[in-house]
Ligand binder design. Sequence first.
Ligand code: DON
Length: 572
Amino acid sequence: MIRLTLFSFFLLLVFPAQAETPIIQYGDRFHPVVGRDGMVVSQERLASQIGADILARGGNAVDAAVATGFALAVTLPQAGNLGGGGFMLIYLAEQQKTIALDYREMAPAAAHRDLFLDDQGNVDKQKARFSHLSAGVPGTVAGLVEAQKNYGELSLAEVLKPAISLASGGIEVSYPLAYSLQRAEQRLKISQASAGYFFRADGSSMKPGDNWKQADLAKTLKRIAQRGADGFYRGPTAELIVDEMQRGGGLITHRDLQQYRVVERESVSGTFGDYTVVSMPPPSSGGVHLIQMLNILEGWDLKALGHNSADYLHRLIETMRRAYADRSEYLGDPDFYQVPVARLLAKPYAKLLREGVDLDKASLSSDIKPSLEQYQESPETTHYSVWDKHGNLVSNTYTLNFSYGSGISVKGAGFLLNNEMDDFSSKPGSPNAYGLVGKEANAIAGGKRPLSSMSPVILFKEGRPVLATGSPGGSTIITVVLQTLLNMMVFDMNVAEATAAPRIHHQWLPDLVILEPGIGADTRAKLKQMGHKVMPEPRVLGRTQSISNFGGPIFFGATDYRWPGGAAVPVN
Ligand code: DON
């Protein structure tokens, strides 16, 4: 894997202290950004820069991650947030320990199984996705504050300061922001508060170059800087949230806000060759299925098949189909439902699934069932990655669910509400917005966390972290992250190549494989011949933000250029 080439020789000259040669070679089509004293990669340039500045001032990876998280709440309103939730993996170099923070939204106490069913017993999508009922109790502020308190080195006020200045002093509207807001106009204007926050005073769209100030958001951020989580879950911000709920028929009460808890969970981990993959446990389905898929794939010589060859993609699709079938049955909030994690991750179970794959012919999803019982024991979210020079790192994915959540803002508080309640299974077999189905394990209940696909990952080799990555993309997150890992672990790509390489996705139901542009016409034809149902329109999948380090003080950062606006900002 380690190749000494012209380009890496150049790096050796620039960074003579470096112990090993990185996996970059002259002639690679895509090169990562290189940093020596740390790196921040996020979906929005200003927020990456703020994190990098915190690292340059001596903050650690958690300080930078919290600063970036709050900055994204200002600069990337479609996914950066105070009103949503997420998952943060933190690797502490000194203790050689990975922490998994669950700050996923919780259903308000008054939520119940049939919350989104109409008189006929059908799912009312409007109610589930675009109403005040769509909002789970936000977890982001509690999560970021707790990460800072337990693992940061600077003060909370210091890491919040840049976000407060951006909100009060205003930011220059970028082209991607103007474009994104314009596309969401109809949805945002259902909320009077959102109409006021995200459009000019005369109601017209903001244009690139406009200065955009967010005075109410700045006030909310200041309350958090002064009082920590109580600045959000109690006092004036809580009042504004509860008032908003009462005006719009939502369920979140003061008691729900006060009872919100961040949970530090044990991460899930698995092995693939020399690598160890560490990711988020339930209520994310990401970590479990990522490892389950790697367990299945490990039994084939993927490298010999060739990257993105039809035979390789066939094995990926069949693997994805089986993992997502299991997801629909066994995954939910572990505080409410006993998720059989160990059995799903067992190598013999993966072997059983692998042996069921016909290597020449596609299976039908209708023939594949969640099959753990056969094994007797034996459109937005955003990811960012931060790595500091001491070797600490953060891999964080958080979300409002859709782009701009439900579109509804909390009047006076300056932020959008999530519509994460749609991630529950509102009715057995009835697909959510990502086409995902589920049953009892993910039924709605007060205080429960909806099942997620968000999969922040830290990859280790020989006990050392070598990659932090993650992606948005709803149901496609898990398969996007899977392919990023395979591209590096099996096909020796550098992090920029691994990001750029064309991706595919299958999720059992619907029985359809999505191919990105870049998967060749003959591969597409061969997959069809094997019996795969291929989505006619190609579509882009995911938006990873990754950092790798294969030894020595050199960090390689790669933002995903499928969409504009992201940036890997090095500290040198
Ligand atoms: O938690 C989940 O799985 C979803 N709410 C994530 C939504 C998402 O990634 C949308 N982004 N494109």
